[in-house]
Design a protein around this ligand. Structure first.
Ligand code: MF3
Ligand code: CO
Length: 259
């Protein structure tokens, strides 16, 4: 069931999104060669706590295997849900960050891919194209149109560049919970409801240098490319109004020269 949001509720989600993007503005410069990914998680938890929010990812999922951190840090062949650890970031790594905040019951969700030090030309192009895919997808958001228009835009842009689109994981409704209906896929398959005023969704292309196939590691969370090639991930929380779409999270640049 899709839970539509009224203007007041969208205001609350917007505040949560602004907080999350403000956090990222300070976090991005810390993503540098030599840093342990668990240090980034600790920093994130502290920041969110001081700001008066709650980390929306911490404890999410099944009781048997709840997500153990506030931040996902997914490096190179890791697509999403990388668990922070003592692993150090190396120069040339493609580092995807994903985080959500619960602010007074309103949930935000945003992801981006940071280039640590100087990355390969192939990595840079993948990162830039994945970010473009996100904006192509957002460009297809329109009240009255069908949801899979988003997937067509994302898939078309990624395929034209010769990249694989991850189809096993999707964007999603967001705002009252982290994952709500509808699923927002990046390839045009599955349910295709109309977008309407009050719909709030997380659009999140996950794009691979090789094929779109992925596996989940034994930790039950980390999603990796099946061919071990690079992956990138960009995500915004977006609200649908009668005559326009609004990106609630802030536009951030994490590519060349960001750190
Ligand atoms: N943006 C991620 C997603 O939609 C956030 C989930 S991470 C989790 O899948 F740990 F909270 F599950
Ligand atoms: Co998400």
């Amino acid at each position: 069931m899709i839970r539509l949001k009224n203007e007041k509720q969208i205001d609350g989600i917007r505040r949560s999104c602004r907080m999350l993007s403000a956090m990222y503005r300070e976090l991005i410069p810390l993503v540098k060669p030599g840093v342990e990914t668990i240090e980034l998680d600790r920093w994130t938890r502290d920041w969110i706590k001081k700001a008066g929010g709650l980390p929306a990812f911490l404890g999410y999922g099944s009781k048997a295997n709840p997500y153990p951190a506030a931040l996902c840090v997914s490096i190179n062949r890791e697509v999403i849900h990388g668990i922070p650890s003592k692993r150090r970031i190396l120069a040339g790594d493609l580092v995807s960050l994903d985080c959500g905040i619960d602010l007074e019951g309103f949930i935000s969700d945003q992801a981006l891919t940071v280039e640590a030090g100087k990355v390969s030309e192939a990595a840079r192009k993948l990162n830039i194209t994945t970010r473009e895919c996100l904006y192509k997808g957002i460009g297809a958001v329109k009240a009255g149109d069908r949801l899979l228009q988003i997937a067509r835009a994302v898939y078309g842009h990624a395929s034209a560049a010769g990249y694989g689109v991850v189809h096993e994981f999707c964007g999603h409704g967001v705002g009252f919970d982290l994952h709500e209906d509808p699923q927002v896929p990046n390839s045009p398959h599955g349910p295709n409801p109309r977008m309407t005023r009050g719909l709030v969704i997380a659009i999140e292309p996950m794009i691979n240098l090789g094929t779109g196939d992925v596996n989940v590691l034994e930790d039950g969370w980390t999603v990796v490319t099946a061919d071990d090639k690079l992956s990138a991930h960009w995500e915004h929380t977006v609200a649908v109004f009668q005559d326009h779409a609004e990106i609630l999270t802030e536009d951030l640049w994490a590519g060349p020269g960001a750190t």
